[in-house]
Design a protein around this ligand. Structure first.
Ligand code: ZN
Ligand code: ZN
Length: 410
């Protein structure tokens, strides 16, 4: 195996999840990536992990289940599945997820079955989800190359060559080369993002106004006391970790009922095995009141997604990524949000991260009152373009250019 995978495993264990001596680590990984999972397990024990709990996944089996299992099972869940996640989170475990699967692997599956499943399982794991969303526990998501995924990204070349290209692309976004120290590279990268997020927080913007030539004209108010996140986070115990690798974004939460105007997406939105090339949302007082797509089938899919619960049709994330970010400059569509969100300014509908002062310790009702959206879903969609301008309005009424022509103005 390529020796860079060893470095990658070390990087995920020491910087990504940063497992602590005596801590339990939960690893989720596709079963066909077992050799890499084994490296992660060895590294975790080397770092002093108390126990590594494996959760294997398999896209083929998930697909078979969604296609052929009895219909009523999608309205129920196994209490012990939910209990496992809630208990481990309560005990202070860290959660590392390795992804990498066929973007079309769920094609043909009845999308409403997936929606129904998450509608019952989502609330059952509210405790775990909330500890993750508020960064109380360490969590990290990263990806491994996979053959069908590679062929989708690089059609026209042989399977082996496509895998090589995807492997290169992943290592490049992860700052891993044959002869560097990726841990040091990530330290510098996190420092740069941390500096920018501090600066944005200091402006205490009341709102951001997005415009571009595609027809985006959107005002997003930000809650009082909001702060910007990015780079690495700290758990309730003060342990630094990178929730998403790679990462290029700086983000905060919008004010739930303070979003007005229209936004046009700028990159394909992948959902339930279907690719929606472009769409537009119109907002009134925070709520999505109109969905536009070229294909009515896609409109229905989006409407299902934003109808999954009461909060799903409100925004939960405002993220800034320069049009000239390294991942954007690769000009490669990964068909996976983990990467594609780092190539473009984006928004998410659904739950917000509690990025207001004291937010992590607020009750659900207090968060709502602070303007933070709640939902069982959280889906990023891309809105960045080469001509995107974003103007911030400060509490004393000054207009500050934040983005000019797709990039940070400062
Ligand atoms: Zn994001
Ligand atoms: Zn997001």
């Amino acid at each position: 195996m390529d020796p860079r995978f060893e470095k990658y495993a070390k990087l995920l264990i020491s910087v990504g999840i940063n497992v602590q001596p005596g801590q339990t680590l939960v690893i989720r990984c596709p079963v066909d990536k077992a050799p890499f999972a084994r490296m992660l397990v060895s590294e975790a024990y080397r770092a002093g992990a108390r126990e590594v709990v494996m959760r294997w996944g398999d896209q083929f089996i998930s697909r078979e289940t969604y296609l052929h299992a009895a219909d009523e099972i999608f309205d129920t869940y196994r209490p012990w599945d939910a209990d496992m996640l809630n208990t481990l989170a309560r005990e202070g475990a860290a959660f590392l997820s390795v992804i990498g699967s066929d973007p079309d692997g769920m094609n043909g599956v009845d999308h409403t079955r997936m929606v129904r499943s998450s509608r019952v399982f989502g609330p059952a794991v509210a405790e775990y989800r909330e500890m993750q969303m508020s960064d109380k526990i360490q969590w990290c998501i990263a990806a491994l190359p996979e053959e069908k995924w590679a062929q989708k990204m690089y059609p026209g070349v042989s399977g082996g060559e496509a895998m090589e290209k995807l492997t290169e692309a992943i290592f490049s976004t992860m700052h891993i080369t044959a002869d560097n120290d990726p841990v040091a590279a990530w330290r510098a990268h996190n420092d740069a993002l941390n500096t920018r997020k501090k600066r944005l927080t200091e402006y205490r913007f009341r709102s951001l106004h997005y415009t571009n030539s595609l027809g985006t004209d959107l005002v997003i108010e930000l809650p009082q006391g909001h702060y910007w996140e990015g780079g690495n986070s700290r758990s309730a115990k003060g342990v630094a970790f990178n929730a998403n690798m790679p990462t290029e974004e700086i983000f905060t939460a919008p004010k739930r009922d303070g979003v007005n105007g229209r936004v046009v997406s700028t990159k394909p939105f992948v959902i339930g095995g279907e690719i929606i090339p472009t769409f537009a949302f119109t907002f009134e007082q925070g709520k999505i009141v109109k969905v536009e797509t070229a294909d009515p089938k896609h409109r229905k899919m989006l409407e299902d997604e934003i109808g999954v619960d009461e909060g799903a049709c409100y925004l939960g994330e405002v993220a800034l990524v320069p049009y000239d970010s390294p991942i954007s400059n690769m000009d490669t569509l990964f068909y996976d949000t983990l990467f594609d969100e780092n190539a473009s300014c984006h928004l998410a509908f659904g739950a917000s991260y509690p990025t207001v002062e004291g937010g992590a310790d607020m009750t659900e009702a207090e968060r709502l009152a602070a303007g933070l959206n709640q939902s069982i879903t959280h889906e990023d969609f891309m809105v960045g373009s080469a001509d995107l301008n974003i103007t911030g309005l400060t509490p004393d009424g000054r207009e500050i250019p934040v983005f000019v022509n797709g990039n940070f103005a400062f």
